[in-house]
Design a protein around this ligand. Structure first.
Ligand code: ZN
Length: 256
């Protein structure tokens, strides 16, 4: 059953594209199901400042996690509107990578596959293949993959890093806890967690071939995977993601 409209997202993307000449389609793809065809979008923002870090922001690979998609669209619209908090960086934004699942509130794609476990064989799935191809030719400094967790009562994040990169996960949690409960379990999804942060350094295969792992191990040395509790209202979850992203940008600015 369709409960959300992907056409609305496409409309917002097209509106943002028409608002700023610095904002463009970086890659466009297609996915066809038995009854429908969806256009896939990966967008790029080129700032006026040269040699600034590139942020890769992705959402919606799990179709039942709408706060991530809403967050990515908000960032996209802030970029198009010229909000300097965001426009001082270069961006590649992949706002909704599983349109079929998004419209039906399904985690998986049209064939029942969890796309976030397919980055070891991207050529077999048009959505994963599109994501991998959109990462060719860009030099990502920091990746942020936005998710939600229906089993968690609080926010937490995965911080995947090469051992040489600075850790910022706890700073993000410290800021988020002013607006959202934190999941402080000592173990989350069978991984050791400390105050809402699961740190995965260098090569870690225990979560399978997720986009987070692909980004951290094959594309860049830093990927944050944000998880909001879906039991909270949508607007709060979007604000939590935005707070986390703003905090990451602040520390990125100090680091570079
Ligand atoms: Zn997810």
């Amino acid at each position: 059953m369709i409960i959300r409209s992907y056409a609305t997202i496409v409309h917002r993307i097209e509106a943002a594209l028409s608002q700023s000449e610095r904002f463009s389609v970086w890659r466009r793809g297609n996915v066809r199901t038995a009854t429908q065809a969806y256009a896939l979008y990966c967008l790029r923002y080129m700032p006026s400042i040269r040699d600034t870090p590139l942020i890769y922001l992705s959402a919606g690979i799990h179709g039942d996690e709408p706060a991530g998609v809403a967050c990515a669209l908000h960032v996209m619209e802030q970029l198009a509107a010229g909000n300097s908090l965001f426009t001082q960086y270069e961006w590649v934004v992949s706002p909704c990578d599983n349109p079929f699942g998004y419209e039906r509130d399904l985690r998986e794609n049209e064939t029942g596959i969890d796309l976030n476990q397919t980055f070891d064989r991207p050529e077999q799935f048009p959505q994963t293949s599109f994501i991998v191809s959109s990462l060719k030719g860009v030099h990502v400094h920091t990746a942020i993959d936005v998710h939600e967790d229906c089993d968690s009562s609080g926010f937490y994040l995965w911080e995947r890093r090469r051992s040489s990169r600075v850790l910022i996960g706890h700073r993000i949690v410290h800021r988020v806890e002013t607006i959202c409960p934190i999941n402080r379990a000592t173990e989350i999804e069978e991984h050791k967690s400390i105050d809402g942060v699961i740190t995965l350094v260098d090569t870690v295969g225990s979560k399978g071939w997720t986009r987070g792992r692909y980004l951290a191990e094959c594309i860049t040395g830093c990927c944050l995977v944000l998880e909001t509790p879906t039991q909270l209202d949508l607007e709060t979850r979007v604000q939590v993601h935005l707070t986390a992203i703003r905090t990451a940008l602040e520390y990125l600015k100090r680091e570079t």
